[in-house]
Design a protein around this ligand. Structure first.
Ligand SMILES: [Zn+2]
Ligand SMILES: [Zn+2]
Length: 350
């Protein structure tokens, strides 16, 4: 509206100088209407062009991949439709360092992490509020611009009641303790219900996970046209959690595995097999990963080997990473394609 007011003023001045009152008043009426139509047309044309240029599949840029200790490399994954440079961010443990490294790897044009964050990140999907999934978002909030913060109600409550409280950090949310700075707009996700994400061409469906009862975590099923990507936040195995959340998730995605539409699964393995089951605190081991993957493979008629599996969130300790990888290799009797995402290294899913 500011723009239009400026144009009105300018044009009014111009026509007054020509000495024609009638042209001046009719132009005053027409110009705002034409301006609004032009702006709307340009926006719609821009959006349509962008989305129609997107091709199937995804590009993923991990900003951080680990489940602890190194605060410069904690769970956060940027996802965009192929052909687009507008991302959503799944979890937000590390933001700045990940963007800096990704930019050095020529994955972004800008060398400034805050500019990339402002211009190419379209909202955060937080699986659960543990700090290894949220610290990057909180620490970088002063330099960010207005965005949506998506999560289950139980997850967003932690931001409202524990993080953006002024006592812990300035309230950048749009609810909670005054004064509210309204940079982030809380968007409650409804389990099993798909939503569309602005100009990214992406759609997201959340599924509830169990991360030490009664605490909830979330899996995000991301869709671009007919292809899908599944990202799981921290989760225990159903047997240990005495839960059926993973069973329900596998049932929902098995048809996508069978139709070759599920391009990748990002799933955690935090500990090696030596950790007792009662001391896992809602996490998976190599054996438990394969116990769950076996169920999904069975539900999808043995087709899971067509879906790329990325193991995330390894908790660092002396020799853990090597041990976990060799245990996963041994447990992988069904021949799944297993990889380990690297920070600031592009993953292309076609
Ligand atoms: Zn975690
Ligand atoms: Zn956690």
């Amino acid at each position: 509206m500011f723009l239009i007011t400026q144009m009105e003023r300018k044009n009014g001045y111009f026509y007054q100088n020509q000495g024609s009152e009638s042209i001046n008043s009719s132009m005053k009426k027409i110009i705002p209407i034409v301006s609004v139509l032009l702006i709307v047309f340009l926006q719609v044309a821009g959006q349509t062009n962008n989305v129609s240029n997107f091709s199937n599949g995804f590009k993923v840029i991990p900003l951080g991949v680990k489940g602890g200790l190194d605060e410069s490399n904690l769970s956060a994954y940027l996802v965009a439709a192929n052909g687009s440079d507008q991302f959503i961010c799944l979890d937000a443990g590390t933001i700045y360092k990940g963007l800096e490294l990704a930019s050095a790897n020529k994955l972004f044009k800008s060398a400034n992490p805050s500019s990339i964050q402002q211009q190419q990140l379209n909202g955060y999907f937080i699986s659960h509020a543990h700090l290894d999934h949220t610290a990057g978002l909180i620490m970088n909030s002063p330099n960010d611009n207005a965005k949506n913060l998506y999560g289950l109600a139980s997850v967003l409550d932690v931001f409202k009641k524990n993080y953006f409280t002024w006592a812990a950090w300035a309230n950048f949310g749009n609810e909670g303790e005054a004064p509210i700075l309204k940079k982030y707009t809380y968007q409650n996700l409804v389990p099993n219900t798909e939503i569309t994400i602005g100009n990214t061409g992406l759609f997201v469906t959340p599924f509830v996970l169990s991360h030490v009862k009664p605490y909830e975590s979330t899996a995000f099923l991301v869709r671009n046209q007919n292809s899908y990507l599944l990202y799981l936040g921290d989760t225990g195995a159903d047997r240990i959690e005495q839960s059926e959340q993973l069973a329900a998730l596998w049932k929902a995605v098995a048809p996508l595995v069978m139709n070759n539409q599920l391009k990748a699964i990002f799933i955690e393995v935090s500990f090696d097999n030596s950790i007792p089951e009662k001391a896992l605190f809602g996490h998976l081991t190599p054996n438990l990963l394969m116990e769950e993957m076996g169920k999904l493979n069975q539900l999808s008629n043995g087709n899971l080997k067509n879906t790329a599996l990325y193991v995330t969130h390894i908790k660092p300790c002396d020799g853990c990473e090597v041990k976990i990888k060799s245990e996963i290799q041994k447990a992988n009797q069904i021949g799944l394609k297993i990889s380990y995402p690297l920070q600031a290294t592009l993953i292309e899913l076609k």
